[in-house]
Design a protein around this ligand. Structure first.
Ligand SMILES: Nc1nc2c(c(=O)[nH]1)N[C@H]1C(S)=C(S)[C@@H](COP(=O)(O)O)O[C@H]1N2
Ligand SMILES: [Mo]
Length: 176
């Protein structure tokens, strides 16, 4: 009987170990160490966490991540990062006519292919712009599994969809 239990235990470990090992590997695969600011900007930039730390920081508390169904996934007790608009202003968006504002959008791309966009007017003509952050710390520490960069829109009602893990680039683009 004891042998039976031992064998069963070994069998379960043997099955689960590769699954656990694989999930750690998958996360490491998507982790990014730099974020590119590119597209229709005067000064494209490639930024590391160290680079972002030199910029004006923002902090926040109690960010609840909810899935599209409204169910709570998890909560960030605290977060640190920069205002996305500050980075875009530094890169300087190229726009010849102010009438083109409605055609511009900012695309956040993650290394797993996940994408989220913000319209230019959403960032620059509405309160939302004050709540879109590029984060490099969660709960007082560098972002581990989901990092090194995460974008959030803190004013969203359903916060999961525009919570972007493994951010790789921020691209300014336009329709037409
Ligand atoms: N890069 C990336 N970010 C992502 C996703 C994803 O698949 N890839 N899923 C989103 C969804 S649908 C949700 S609900 C939230 C929370 O998912 P989590 O619990 O895996 O963090 O992350 C969002 N961010
Ligand atoms: Mo989700």
């Amino acid at each position: 009987m004891k042998k039976m239990i031992l064998l069963t235990t070994l069998f379960i470990v043997a099955i689960y170990f590769p699954i656990l090992a694989q999930s750690a590997e998958t996360k490491a695969e998507f982790f990014t160490t730099e974020v590119e600011i590119k597209g229709l900007v005067e000064k494209p930039m490639t930024l590391t966490v160290q680079d972002l730390k030199k910029r004006k920081g923002i902090t926040g508390k109690d960010f609840v991540i909810t899935s599209h169904t409204g169910a709570v996934r998890r909560t960030l007790d605290s977060y640190t990062g920069v205002l996305l608009k500050d980075v875009l202003d530094e890169a300087k968006i190229v726009m010849n006519s102010p009438k083109d504002r409605g055609k511009y959008y900012i695309l956040i791309t993650a290394s797993d292919g996940y994408k989220v966009l913000f319209s230019y007017n959403e960032l620059y003509s509405s309160n939302t712009g004050e709540q879109v952050f590029l984060l490099y710390e969660e709960n007082g520490k560098p972002i581990e599994e989901d990092g090194a960069f995460v974008v959030i829109c803190a004013s969203d009602e359903i916060t999961g969809p525009r919570h972007v893990k493994w951010v790789e680039s921020v691209t300014v683009n336009r329709l037409d």
